[in-house]
Design a protein around this ligand. Structure first.
Ligand code: FAD
Length: 195
């Protein structure tokens, strides 16, 4: 019997899982947006002003045998093996893959949400990454401070990648102090030294 696999989330994880399942499975991806954002590229938008195509149509990234439903999961019933969607559908499954990603919660650090609104960021959306590029383009001097709140983060090397990228913005500054400060709760890097 064909197993019904329901994948919640059409990001990198959900898309890779869905495409890697063979025809022995009837696979459906449920995601709220018809678009897929290639998140690592946000660094190049925020720090280099690149305009490369980071958004693709999710349907076109999925293999033909994979179904796509534009909707979002509102409730999972593990006992009955069903998912209710925000759009009012009830989807039955045999296997469930939860790949809904993670988000930041700026309310945990007083003032952080306001900073994000004013300067933009390089991890949540294309619009925010473009906003950060605008901010950095107008940087005329001072200190660029980058902070990582917890050791767990979406992409472990991301803070150090951002500090290297912002160094070039700081070098372009026309006046004042030029410095990039990066704080991290990680006690050591993940790079392994070769012998
Ligand atoms: C700036 C930056 C640089 C990075 N660099 C690298 C790198 O060099 N190498 C690397 O390996 N990784 C890198 N990463 C990390 C990588 O991009 C993420 O780990 C990856 O995108 C996470 O994929 P995901 O599928 O788990 O989540 P996401 O890509 O966030 O996808 C989650 C999906 O679930 C959907 N969703 C949310 N709620 C629901 C719901 N209720 N129902 C249905 N769907 C829902 C969302 O709309 C979204 O489509 C980087 C990330 C950033 C931000």
């Amino acid at each position: 019997m064909t197993e019904r696999v329901l994948v919640l989330g059409g990001g990198s994880g959900g898309t890779i899982v869905a495409n890697s399942l063979g025809s022995a499975f009837e696979t459906t991806v449920v995601s709220p947006s018809p678009d897929h954002l290639f998140q690592p590229g946000l660094l190049y938008v925020a720090f280099k002003g690149e305009r490369s195509r980071l958004v693709r149509e999710e349907r076109r990234l999925l293999k033909r045998r994979v179904h796509f439903l534009q909707d979002s999961a509102a409730r999972v019933d593990l006992r009955e093996k069903g998912v209710e969607t925000a759009g009012g559908q009830r989807l039955a499954y045999d296997q469930l893959v939860v790949a809904t990603g993670i988000g930041t919660d700026p309310s945990q650090i007083p003032g952080l949400a306001q900073v994000g609104e004013e300067v933009g960021n390089y991890h949540s959306s294309l619009e925010h990454a473009r906003q950060l590029w605008q901010t950095l383009s107008g940087f005329s001097g001072g200190t660029i401070a980058l902070g990582q709140a917890t050791p767990i983060c979406k992409c472990p090397p991301r803070p150090s990648k951002a500090s290297c990228s912002s160094t070039s913005c700081s070098e372009r500054a026309t006046s004042g102090t030029r410095a990039v400060s990066c704080s991290s709760p990680a006690t050591r890097g993940r790079t392994r030294r070769s012998r």
